[in-house]
Design a protein around this ligand. Structure first.
Ligand SMILES: [Fe+2]
Length: 187
């Protein structure tokens, strides 16, 4: 008898087990990038101070790009024969990190914290790409494509935190709040 947790169909040449495994990896990325898109908008609304407009306007194209990534991930899950879960309750119930911790703050403080956010998202996205490498080239390619953009956006953020000598003001930080404080101190 067919297992109930396996898709009844998946993409040609993958087994239902492989399809389910790839979809499960993608579901974690759906949650992470939906969370990132919401967090970026939160920063867009809460940034204040002399560099307001530069950061406010830098963030929106990142939101648009990340939303497109989420859509592509969800549609790949459906293509694999599995139902993508995109509800807010499921996002909060399944994520493994806390809500973004900073409200109204200076541009440089938010960028310090956003550096930490991007580090987490990119590390997990790279791991997900590796996890599907042997199973599904198409999903691997999708995730690698996202990394091209995510790492570029991360550089946009880090360029604000970088000294002329090439070091980052957030280099010793391990939390969003710590990174925000470190970035603001060097402003
Ligand atoms: Fe806006």
């Amino acid at each position: 008898m067919a297992r109930k947790d396996l898709p009844t169909f998946t993409v040609p040449s993958l087994t239902p087990e492989d399809g389910a495994q790839v979809a499960a990896v993608l579901q974690t990325r759906l949650v992470a990038l939906n969370d990132l898109a919401l967090t970026l908008k939160h920063i867009h609304w809460n940034v204040v101070g002399p560099h307001f407009i530069a950061v406010h306007e830098m963030i929106d194209p990142q939101v648009d790009a990340v939303r497109l990534m989420v859509d592509a991930i969800a549609e790949r899950i459906a293509t694999l024969g599995v139902a993508p879960v995109g509800t807010p309750g499921a996002l909060v119930a399944t994520r493994t990190w806390d809500d973004y911790s900073i409200g109204r703050a200076s541009a440089i403080a938010h960028l310090g914290a956003l550096d930490e956010v991007y580090v987490g998202v990119i590390e997990d996205h790279r791991k997900a790409a590796k996890d599907v490498e042997e199973l599904d080239d198409v999903t691997n390619d999708l995730l690698i494509g996202h990394l091209h953009e995510l790492e570029l956006f991360h550089w946009f953020v880090r360029a604000h935190l970088e000294s002329a000598g090439g070091s980052l003001s957030t280099e010793n930080a391990t939390t969003e709040k710590g990174a925000a404080r470190a970035a603001a101190r060097k402003e």
